[in-house]
Design a protein around this ligand. Structure first.
Ligand code: FES
Length: 125
């Protein structure tokens, strides 16, 4: 887990398994906090990388959400579009402790896109 300040955004019980809650962030993109059927919690920017569909309203299956607009499958772990689709939505490191959800503060203010780390080694090769 990254080191830094964590923001308490409420209890895990407030999110039904297999659904998401939106979290407005002043001056930033709205976030979507997902709870999977297995009880894992993930946070991503609430905007599909295709045409900005509200991912919080999608159907969760495993650690993936299907966008409600055109059904792209987005990994909740990496934010990446799966299959033949191409795109990535920023993710926010998230942890659950004592039944409460915590988001990494720096990432809330500057959401992380997973692409950068993956592409750096190719450029160096
Ligand atoms: S906007 Fe999400 S699949 Fe098109």
């Amino acid at each position: 887990m990254p080191v830094g300040k964590w923001l308490d955004v409420g209890t895990v019980d407030q999110i039904e398994p297999g659904t998401a809650r939106t979290l407005p962030v002043e001056g930033r993109e709205e976030l979507a906090v997902f709870r999977t059927m297995r009880g894992e919690v993930f946070t991503i920017v609430n905007k599909c990388p295709h045409k900005q569909g509200p991912l919080s309203q999608g159907i969760v299956h495993g650690n993936v959400v299907a966008c409600p607009l055109h059904n792209w499958n987005i990994s909740l772990e990496t934010g990446r579009a799966l299959g033949d689709d191409d795109g990535c939505v920023p993710t926010i490191p998230t942890k659950v402790e004592g039944g409460r959800i915590f988001l990494l503060r720096e990432a809330v203010l500057n959401p992380q896109v997973a692409d950068a780390a993956d592409e750096a080694p190719k450029a160096a090769a």
